[in-house]
Every structure is written in C-alpha cells, then in structure tokens.
Design a binder for this molecule. Sequence first.
Ligand code: ADP
Ligand code: MG
Length: 396
Amino acid sequence: MAKKSVEDIEVQGRRVLIRVDFNVPLNINMGAISDDSRIRASLPTIKYLVDHKAKVILCSHLGRPSGKVVEGLRMVPIAKRLSELTGLPVSTASDCMGREVEDKVGALREGEILVLENLRFHAEEEANDAGFASKLASLADVYVNDAFGSAHRAHASTVGVAKHLPAVAGLLMKKELEVMGRLLHDPERPSACVIGGAKVGDKMELLRSMMERVDILLVGGGMAATFLKTQGYEVGCSLVEDDKLGLARRLLQKAEERNVPFLLPVDAVVAEELKAGALTRVVPTTDIPSCSHIADIGPQSIELFCGKLAKCRTVLWNGPMGIFEIPQFAQGTRSLATFLSTLNATTVTGGGSTAEVVQEMGLSGKMTHVSTGGGASLRFLEGATLPGVSVLLDKE
Ligand code: ADP
Ligand code: MG
C-alpha cells in the first residue's frame, strides 16, 4: 500500500518534525564531514517544506554515542553544512528536547530551520522509549520520516513518535519506496539481480527473495567461493562459510526448480596475499590454485555477466564483485558499475559498499536509483515490512 507523503498534507505554518539520516561519515581527527551525500539526499524534502512555509525541525542520530553526550558527535558541523547547501540560516540546539528546544521551536517562523541535537545522546531513542517519543512528538504538529536508511529499526524517532502525530513520508523515503517497491512487485522484464559482497550469510535472504522475482541471478564477490565449493570445486584459501554450504546448495537447487539461471563466475583474479601490490593471476574457477584466494571476478566472467545484463530491462545490483578497496581487485566491480551506467534499463543499486563505488566513480546520476539505505534496502528487498514505513499513513 502506498504511503502518504509531505505532498499529501497541509504544512504551511505548522511545526514539522523530520527524521532525517544525517549519520554522515566524519573524519576522525578533524571532526570534518568526509562525505555529505546523506545531507544532500535530504535536501528535496527540506526545500519542499521551506518553500511551503513549514516550521522545519530536523532530527537525526550521528554515530554511536550509546546514550551519552559525545562532544565529537554533535550536530553543529552538519547544521553548518546544511546551511551552506541550502543557502539558508540553520539554527541548532544543545539537546533534542527540554526547555531550550521548546523555546527555539516556539520562536521558529515559517520557512525557518532548526536542527535538534543528536538523538542518540539519549539511550531512550534506541530503546523506543514511550515517554521519550511522546516528548519528541510534543515539539511538532506533523511528523515526516525521510530516513529510509533507519527505517528498519524501531526507535523512538522512527516508530514511537508516529503514535502521536500524523506521520508521512519525506520525498527521499517516497522515492526509495516507489523504486524499490516496483523492483519487488512489478519489474519491467526480463529482470536480473547481481549479488556480491563478502558473505553468503549476509545475503541469503536477499537471494531467496530475488529468486522468486527475477529472471536471472548473477553471483560474484567473496560469497561465490561458498557456492563454487558446494558444487565440488576447489577454492584454495578463499573465504568459505562452511556452515552455509548446505544453505548454498539448497539455494542452487531452488533456482534450478524455478528455472532461474544462477550464474557464478567462470574465472577469477586470485592472489596468495590479499593486499595492495600482491602478485595476481587470472584462472578459471574450475582450477583455483591451492594457496590462492579468490579476490575478484575475472575478465571472462565480466563479459559473461554483462552479456546477460545487456538483454535485461531491470537490474538490481547489491554487493561488490571483488575486494574493491584494493585497486588490483577492483576491476570486476568497476567494470560492472560502468556497464550498468550505460545500460538502457532500470538500474538500481543497494548496499553501502556498492553505493560507495558508484559514487566514487561519479556514476550515481547514470543509475536509475542508488539506494541510500544499506541495511534498510536489504531488509526491504528481502520482502520484510520495515517498522519505520508501516507506521506512516496509508494513501487512500
Ligand atoms: P554492500 O555494502 O554493498 O551490501 P557487502 O557489505 O555485502 O556489500 O560487502 C562488501 C565487502 O565485500 C567489501 O568490503 C569487499 O571487500 C568484500 N568482498 C568482495 N569480494 C570479496 C572477496 N572475493 N573476498 C573477500 N571479500 C570480498
Ligand atoms: Mg556493507
């Protein structure tokens, strides 16, 4: 069921509490923001509310202060960056509730922006404490959730507040739900899913869910070794999850039963040491040397995968094809990213590392959608109902 968004309600002159995801990476020594894409992702909603003369109150968590005030995790630098990005004044408070906050909210005029202090300075936030949620809600007339990346967690600011206020989606949340919802329920076909990353264990449910929805599955990354081993191949010293071999076998069987091609890499970049400068070789996956690790998919696999994807109208990609952090093992991931960016199809990426590669290569604008929610997009694509989404008002 579609959810109501900020566009479906009256906001002028009203105090609007927006849960955003301002959990940006900080440079540890300098306390500077090393990547502001999450702030940028929330700009459409903030601008919409400013333009529609709402009184804008923003709240977020930042890092893991575990219920204590941590000076290095205050929201001040984020408010400053937001002010630079919007060209508008942005005020801050030294807490997310209490007298000072109430006074500042009371003084807000239409179109003005206030950023509350880090929600996780209070342990009650993550505990979804009812009293804390009700105090937070008392600051506003309307609640907007634009933090898709936090929607899989039932916290006070993602779930608890919605009990007390009309709750709607922000524009980023709306886009995530629309694009990913279509991917799950009504993808243009043929559709494909490319899955990589370190472990099968992390992506088991995703594989299971996508198998029921797509026409072809392609698997690379570290997890490919577990699938290769379950088919009887030697994988040298590659990372294998021995406790997942049975599950991997059942997934392959299920794909066969459903007639969904499940492709594994046919060649791999291997190395004896997984570090920069290591000696590498390209070998067929049927012939992995005994002391080697699979560190990336090889050129023939890239060709095979891209050949299959070329025929698809929808592609979901989650998880790098190799240890992309080390340049020698990044080719598979980078080639796939480049290929998808040129594909005339709906292309969606999920996963933190995947988004990082796409962004770093400057290809975000060439994909249909780069999901901002790591764990949340994974849960969503597994078919789960996200607690922070289910509390939002349904669209009639
Ligand atoms: P995402 O965040 O996009 O969902 P994951 O978290 O599942 O992706 O996996 C990302 C990690 O997987 C990266 O740190 C990468 O180095 C690792 N990885 C990819 N291929 C391999 C491999 N062959 N061996 C070990 N680790 C790998
Ligand atoms: Mg990850």
